[in-house]
Structure formats: C-alpha cells, structure tokens
Design a binder for this molecule. Structure first.
Ligand code: 13P
Length: 258
C-alpha cells in the first residue's frame, strides 16, 4: 500500500452467496464490530437481489455497496440483465467487472471493456479484474497475459476517468483454493500492472490508481500482502462472508506504509 498517493480499498465479493435476509443479518453484525477509523475504503459487492438490503443497512456508514456484474447497454431487450444506471439508482457505488468466474461463462475482454466504459459513464467505480490461469503462469506468460487484459479492458478510458478505475489482480489458481499467491508473486504482477498504466497514461495516473489483490486472501495473510508497495487492498471472496474475518482484513490495512 501507499496511502500517500492512492486509496486503500478492501472489497468483498460475495459471489452467489447469501439471501436478502442473510444480508440484513450480516450487516447488522458487521456494523457492531466495524473499525471506526477512516484509513481505507470498504466495499461490499453483493448479489443483485441483496443490493437494496445492503444499501439500506449501510446508509449511515462509510461502507460502499457494489454489484458483481453490469450490462454494458443503457436499457432495452436484455432479459435478466441490469444496467449501470439501475445500479446507481439502487444506491451502488462499485461494480465488479470481468471476474474470472464470469470470463469462464464467456465474457470477453471486449465485453469487459464495454462494461467498464458503461460503469464509468454512469458514475460507478469499476473494479476491473484480471489474472492468469495456472497453465499460463507455468508457461511464463503471466506478465504478457495480464498486460493484454489491462490494455483491452481499459481501451477508450480517458485520462480524466482512469483514476476512478480500481484494478483487481486475481490469479485464477488462487481463487477459492486456499492457495494464495505469495506476497512477492502478487507484488510482482501488481507492479507490472502499474507499469502498464504508466505507459498507457502517465506516471501520475499510475501512482494514483489502486490495484487490489484477490485469491484466498484472509485474516491471516492480509497483513503481509497489504505490506507490499503495489498492493493497495484486497478483493475478498470467502473471508468476506464472515463479519469477524472481513473486519480483521480491514484492520490489516491499518499498518504503516512506504
Ligand atoms: P476467495 O477469496 O474465496 O479465494 O475469492 C477471491 C475472489 O474471487 C474475489 O473476487
């Protein structure tokens, strides 16, 4: 982390877990133990049907609620889909875009790009995900692969808007497996992502953008991961479903930075 130049963001991704009633219960518990400090931004990205309950519960807090996906079109005949302006109207601040689980369902880099542009246009903060498979890592193409995802995903994002984007590096082999990337592995890729942003935009923008790590991040390994200079937070799956664990990760963000 480097709090001097950029925001630290601790974001939960609930994936397809919790009902609206369970959301209400989680938020009630979470609110009682939530750290009071203001050292990082906290986001909880929840299933679409849980958004109203989450927004209602967190209204008076500094926790921002987010969605886990968005459709790139403003409106129309897209049965089952949700547009960016609908998320804004429902009280969302964030939206996860291009998670590997959605890419596995067929989402392409072009789709990710269209969604990032739509989210920014509507005023949402996109949390754009990237990351390599185990096969790609073992083939030694992680750097190129992730650079390509970043370049394609950010195509057409202007100089003024780039700072609104949050990037999440999530190696696919570390998601839900309990096999976390080492702090050095995660740092190396996050540093490369920042170098790509520097080339695409400027040093100033590269320095200002928040890059999160995701993949089996938990209350035990968060401190070490967050101590890396280019890891500005976390996108947390499993551990964000338990208030105590999520709070401990937020607390790990309260450490001295470079
Ligand atoms: P886990 O923390 O459960 O590994 O999930 C990570 C993730 O995919 C967050 O988006």
């Amino acid at each position: 982390m480097n709090r001097k130049y950029r925001k630290t963001v601790i974001a939960g991704n609930w994936k397809m877990n919790k009902t609206p009633s369970e959301t209400k219960e989680f938020m009630a518990q979470f609110k009682t133990i939530m750290p009071k400090g203001r050292w990082c931004d906290v986001a909880l990205c929840v299933p679409a049907v849980c958004i109203p309950a989450a927004v209602r519960a967190m209204r008076e807090t500094r926790v921002g609620i987010g969605a886990e996906n968005v459709n790139a079109n403003p409106s129309g005949a897209y049965t089952g889909e949700v547009a960016a302006n609908m998320l804004v109207d429902a009280g969302c601040k964030y939206v996860i875009i291009g998670h590997s689980e959605r890419r596995a369902m067929g989402e392409t880099d072009a789709d990710v790009n269209a969604k990032v542009l739509a989210a920014l246009e509507a005023g949402l903060i996109p949390i754009m995900c990237c990351g390599e498979s185990l096969e790609q890592r073992e083939s030694g193409i992680t750097e190129e692969w992730v650079a390509m995802q970043i370049k394609l995903g950010l195509a057409g994002v202007s100089e003024e808007k780039i700072r609104k984007v949050v990037i999440a590096y999530e190696p696919i082999w570390a998601i839900g497996t309990g096999r976390t990337a080492t702090p050095e592995q995660a740092q190396e890729v996050c540093e490369n992502i920042r170098a790509v942003i520097r080339k695409l935009y400027s040093s100033k923008n590269a320095r200002a953008i928040s890059i999160l790590y995701g993949g089996s991040m938990n209350e035990k390994n968060a401190y070490e991961l967050l101590a890396q200079p280019d890891i500005d937070g976390g996108l947390i799956g499993g551990a964000s479903l338990v208030p105590e664990k999520f709070v401990q990760i937020i607390e790990a963000a309260n450490q001295p930075t470079v």
